[in-house]
Design a protein around this ligand. Sequence first.
Ligand code: ZN
Length: 158
Amino acid sequence: MNTSPSKKPGLREALGEYIAKSKLRLTPERLAVVEAAEALTGRFTVETLIARVKEGPMGVSPATVYNTVELMVESGILRRLAPADGRSAAYEKATMMARPRLLLVCSACGSTKEIKDPELVKLLDRRRFQSFDPEYYDLKIFGICSKCQRRRRRVRSV
Ligand SMILES: [Zn+2]
């Protein structure tokens, strides 16, 4: 196993911590599943993961893949997404959409301000689109900033 110290903490470290806390063991088979998940981008199904680990040198059983995915969901490093009709549940790394950007952009002066809106984020995360698999978003809301509003009021009152 290649564990170069320069590598930034990833799924493996996060799951390792969780497993240690739960008094379970991070077996080489579980590690192989985590590494396969780490290599995938976007959304994936357990079937994709099973196919991935099959290509590896380790003989990992589908049951191990399923229960490692469960562990990753419990530990919060993977998110389970509600399946579309008749399809298997999809998963994505929880870090993927962890920091979506919501920007207020002033269309008069061009200034931007990043805002936090957990309710809107939740809504967008849950939103499903027909024949489209969203991976991330970057939302800009255009309008007039408070400075420009003040400036406009001043101009009008003169
Ligand atoms: Zn402005």
